[in-house]
Ligand binder design. Structure first.
Ligand code: ZN
Length: 325
């Protein structure tokens, strides 16, 4: 089983948002979102994998996002890098094997890349990505996701590292700094085209934008690239005025991100609608990022016409208790 043969069969559905959901469940601390639960509460991590598998995800993404040397050093746990990464892969792998799902390694934005100091920062990022990707390969990942990237420069380093290990690469951009495009000045369609030309197997967008903000950009990317496209929005209603979920406000006008987002969450019907719209826009690798819950994932799977293990308990049409006789 491999990623490309699954993509040839049809859409690959990928549940993400592990750090956000584990924060909500009380096992990870915001705003750093470093996945300490992998070592401190591994059962909680495994249960979330099982929840997403039951809901119909085709991919188990090992929770190694932000388990890189730079981010672990923020909480003074950099000496446990190998344990964090290896254990995350083993947990995800056990659920992937039990359910015949794909296993993905995962690297993410480092907040180190500086286009004005390209060589030095690229070298540092290359060493950070290499130590994580090496473990993912050793533990049997089918492919590696590099995600939430702001810079094409950083994305190209991630791609180079993944390809140097002869692995399949899914590379997706976030858009954190107030504009829809990379922080080194490329439109997302052009940045995706360059990644594709350099050997990325799947390119696209994840996190930051909600479905309706992401869709028009996806249509532009589809017109620009030839191969497989990824889309994993956040389940929040971002707008033309505020394209990032991190900029959304509570009722009292205060910032909602990162821990007061609940009332802004889209429902499963919204995400089911997105699954159809994304399919029609030519998305091949479809998912959901921060804020996701298993109910969203199951609704997206069912919108694609699938019956998943959790469909056994999907809601029946609502009926009034005291209906007229
Ligand atoms: Zn996210």
């Amino acid at each position: 089983m491999d990623l490309l043969s699954r993509l040839r069969e049809g859409i690959v559905l990928c549940a993400e948002g592990y750090v956000f959901e584990l924060e909500r469940r009380g096992y990870i601390q915001a705003p750093e979102f470093i996945p300490e639960a992998v070592l401190d509460n591994p059962d909680a991590v495994k249960q979330l994998h099982k929840d997403f598998a039951f809901a119909g995800s085709d991919v188990m993404v090992a929770l190694t996002y932000y388990s890189d040397r730079k981010n672990l050093s923020l909480i003074n746990r950099q000496d446990q890098l190998e344990q964090f990464n290896r254990q995350a892969l083993k947990i995800a792998k056990s659920v992937a094997l039990d359910n015949n799902l794909l296993l993905a390694g995962n690297i993410g934005d480092t907040h180190i890349y500086n286009p004005n100091n390209h060589n030095e920062t690229s070298n540092l990022i290359r060493s950070i990505y290499t130590e994580q990707a090496k473990i993912a390969k050793e533990e049997g990942a089918n492919f590696i996701i590099a995600e939430t990237l702001d810079y094409l420069g950083e994305a190209l380093v991630a791609l180079e590292v993944i390809k140097s290990m002869d692995m399949r690469a899914v590379i997706t951009f976030g858009s954190h700094f107030g504009k829809i495009g990379t922080s080194d000045g490329y439109t997302f369609p052009n940045a995706c085209k360059i990644l594709e030309a350099n050997g990325a197997d799947v390119v696209g967008l994840n996190c930051v934008m909600g479905p309706q903000t992401m869709l028009p950009v996806l249509r532009q990317i589809r017109e620009t690239i030839k191969g497989y496209m990824a889309a994993l929005p956040v389940p929040y209603n971002t707008t033309d005025h505020e394209h990032s979920f991190m900029g959304l406000k509570r009722r009292d006008g205060k910032p909602a991100f990162p821990a007061n987002m609940d009332s802004l969450l889209l429902d499963r019907g919204d995400m089911a609608d997105f699954a159809i719209e994304a399919k029609n826009a030519g998305v091949n690798y479809l998912g959901i990022c921060c804020g996701s819950g298993p109910h969203h994932v199951r609704a997206m799977a069912e919108a694609l016409g699938r019956q998943v293990p959790g469909s056994r308990y999907s809601p029946l049409p609502y009926r009034l208790q005291n209906k007229a006789v």
